[in-house]
Structures are given as structure tokens and as C-alpha cells.
Design a protein around this ligand. Structure first.
Ligand code: ACO
Length: 336
């Protein structure tokens, strides 16, 4: 007889539907040339970004998240009222509290769902996926709606050329269901955090350390601040390692991967990782030229676009890998 406490049995979990939403307003590099001392040539050659989407006034993170969620639910054939768990990954919530997931619950009519946010920057969607996978796999919830959504345009200093050219707004979502009779599953996932490097990339103002009190501007503004070159180095190393770890945890080799969907921050970061992984660049999904870095939304939007464009077919093995403020990193291998 085993003296080990009984561990709950876990069933595999699949991605049953994806959706995304991008605001209509396109902001090109040429427009930014008018605002700060930059050039289309610099932005394109240093990052690969050509344009980004900007949410309109009155359009918040929750609105974009809800629209992406509706599209994912529609594709999965699941009614909002039947959703039991909503996790929104974001660093640009509508309000510090309540969580953006609470607004989404109301906007889409998922009135029975437990709803909360995770804050893990660009890795947030994959953090949400891992939490939801275990929650659904263990039977605590029958399904989950996970969303990466950001309105970064509200947290960018539009006079700082070091950051304002990099970011954009948008949302992506996925519905997770138990994989009872085949039809794909999440094979593996890895998550990592290094809080010692928190200062490299943060939004210093607006929190309890530097509050925005009535009548006074916070001592440090609530805008993104980044040591780009340092972050770049960490991103390449951490994403390569996370990719290898998830592939190994799935019992696979790089040759078994059909498509890589990386975080969409910088084309040079993606190229460096793909080269180190010795992977065919044609099988790497890239859309950062159109949207810039949408942080927690980036991998979610890319997964949905890849799916809808037919780049993801049943049986394919897809590697998702992300990196962001925290520092955080995350990866997952999905068999579609
Ligand atoms: N236009 C023109 N020149 C610029 C611009 C700009 N928009 N931005 C910076 N420069 C200048 C700098 O001032 C610097 O000039 P100097 O040499 O005279 O000082 C020069 O260009 C080079 O600057 P670097 O910062 O070294 O440029 P780099 O090649 O590293 O590119 C970048 C900067 C694009 C930010 C890059 O470092 C990067 O992509 N870093 C990682 C970003 C990332 O992955 N973030 C993670 C996720 S984000 C999140 O979690 C929210």
C-alpha cells in the first residue's frame, strides 16, 4: 500500500477555439517620424515593426479582450454562459482593481465564471494557459477562457523614442476544453521568473510604491521604462532555453516541431532564437510588422492568425514561446 497522498488524476486539455481583435486605427512608422526623432528605416531595421494598432478613445483593454473572447467562443462552439473560468493576462488593466477579467465576464455574459487576471507581461498568456490547463485537467473547472489583452498605448511615453515605437494594442483568446476523445492536446509547458532583473523593464508609477494620488502626479510616471539592450540579451537566452525545455518535456526533438509561434517583440530576437534552435525560419509565424509588441496579447493573436490562415493543421506540433517584464519567460508545445 502506498503511503503517498493520493494525487488527483489529470486529463489532457486541448485548445478548442481561438480568436483575436485588433483596433482599426493603424499607426505607421512614418507617423511616428512626425512625433519623435526617429525614422521608418531605424524602426524597421532594428525591430522589424512597420505599423501598430491603437485603440480608440473609450476602447479599453476589457473591450478588446471581450471581442477576442467572443470570436474564440464562437469557433469553439461554447456559449459564454457555460464558461467556468476566465483568466485575463494583462499589464494594462482597465483599472488596478477589479481585475479586467471581471469586466470581461460581464461584457460577454459569462455570469457563472470565476474571473481573475495574471500579470506576467509578455509571458502572461502562456502563464494563463498553464494555470487553466491544470485547472481544467484536474476537473476543478469544466472549461476555461484565457485571454491576452493590452492597451499599451495608454502606458507609453509618446515623447520617448526608445519605447513608443515598439508597442501596440490588441487582444487574443483561446478556449480550453478537456481532450476526452483525441483531437489535440497541450503536451508540455515551462514557466520561469527572475525578479532580480525587475528594474530592466517596468512601469514604475501608479502602483503602491509610487501612487497616483488625487491632485498630484506620481513621482515616477505610469509609462513603460526599458533598458532595451539588456532585455534583448536576456530574451534570446531565456526563450531559447524555454523552447528547448518544453520540447524535451514533450518527449520531442526540434525536428518534430511544425511551427514556432514566438513572442512578437523584435525580429532580431526571433532570428537569433531560430538560428540557435537550428529551425527552418519559414516555419516561424511572424506578424510583428503589422502590430508591434502587444505584450500578453502577442502570442495569443499570433496563434489565432496562424490557425485562421491554415498554418496550423490537425496533428501539427506547435511551439509557443514568450519573454517579458519580470523578468518572465514561458513556453508550451501543443499538438493540434
Ligand atoms: N529611433 C532612432 N534611434 C533610436 C530609437 C528610435 N526609435 N530608439 C533608440 N535609438 C537610438 C538610441 O538612442 C541609441 O543611440 P546612441 O547609440 O546614440 O545612444 C541607438 O539607437 C541604439 O540604441 P539601443 O538601445 O542599443 O538599440 P538596440 O539595437 O538594442 O534596439 C530595442 C533597441 C529595439 C529596444 C531592442 O533593444 C529590443 O528589442 N530590446 C528587447 C525588447 C523586448 O524584448 N522587450 C520584452 C518584452 S516587452 C514587455 O514585457 C512589456
Amino acid at each position: 500500500m502506498s503511503l503517498e497522498p493520493e494525487t488527483p488524476r489529470s486529463c489532457p486539455v486541448r485548445v478548442a477555439g481561438t480568436g483575436s481583435y485588433l483596433p482599426e486605427r493603424v499607426m505607421t512608422n512614418h507617423e511616428l517620424e512626425e512625433a519623435v526623432d526617429t525614422s521608418d528605416e531605424w524602426i524597421t531595421s532594428r525591430t522589424g515593426i512597420r505599423e501598430r494598432r491603437i485603440a480608440k478613445e473609450g476602447e479599453f483593454t476589457s473591450h478588446m479582450a471581450s471581442e477576442a473572447a467572443r470570436r474564440a467562443l464562437d469557433q469553439a462552439g461554447v456559449a459564454a454562459i457555460d464558461i467556468e473560468l476566465i483568466i485575463v493576462a494583462t499589464i494594462t488593466p482597465d483599472t488596478l482593481t477589479p481585475a479586467t477579467a471581471c469586466y470581461v465576464q460581464q461584457q460577454i455574459g459569462a455570469f457563472k465564471a470565476v474571473a481573475f487576471d495574471v500579470s506576467a507581461a509578455c509571458s502572461g498568456f502562456l502563464y494563463a494557459m498553464e494555470l487553466a490547463r491544470h485547472s481544467v485537467g484536474a476537473g476543478a473547472f469544466r472549461n476555461a477562457l484565457i485571454i491576452g489583452a493590452e492597451k499599451l498605448s495608454a502606458f507609453v511615453d509618446w515623447n520617448d523614442r526608445n519605447t513608443c515605437v515598439l508597442f501596440g494594442d490588441g487582444a487574443g483568446a483561446a478556449v480550453l476544453l478537456p481532450s476526452t476523445n483525441g483531437g489535440g492536446r497541450i503536451l508540455s509547458s515551462t514557466l520561469g521568473t527572475d525578479g532580480a532583473q525587475a528594474e530592466l523593464l517596468n512601469i514604475p508609477g501608479g502602483g503602491s510604491a509610487c501612487p497616483a494620488l488625487p491632485g498630484a502626479a506620481p513621482a515616477r510616471p505610469a509609462v513603460l521604462s526599458m533598458q532595451g539592450r539588456e532585455v534583448f540579451k536576456h530574451a534570446v537566452n531565456a526563450m531559447r532555453q524555454a523552447a528547448n525545455d518544453a520540447i524535451a518535456a514533450a518527449g520531442l526533438g526540434i525536428a518534430d516541431i511544425d511551427l514556432i509561434i514566438p513572442h512578437q517583440a523584435n525580429l532580431r530576437i526571433i532570428d537569433a532564437i531560430v538560428e540557435r534552435l537550428d529551425f527552418n525560419r519559414e516555419n516561424v509565424f511572424i506578424n510583428l510588422d503589422k502590430y508591434g509588441n502587444t505584450s500578453a496579447a502577442a502570442v495569443a493573436i499570433a496563434l489565432d492568425e496562424a490557425h485562421r490562415e491554415g498554418r496550423v493543421k490537425p496533428g501539427d506540433r506547435i511551439l509557443l514561446v514568450a519573454f517579458g517584464a519580470g523578468l518572465t519567460w514561458a513556453s508550451a508545445v501543443i499538438e493540434w
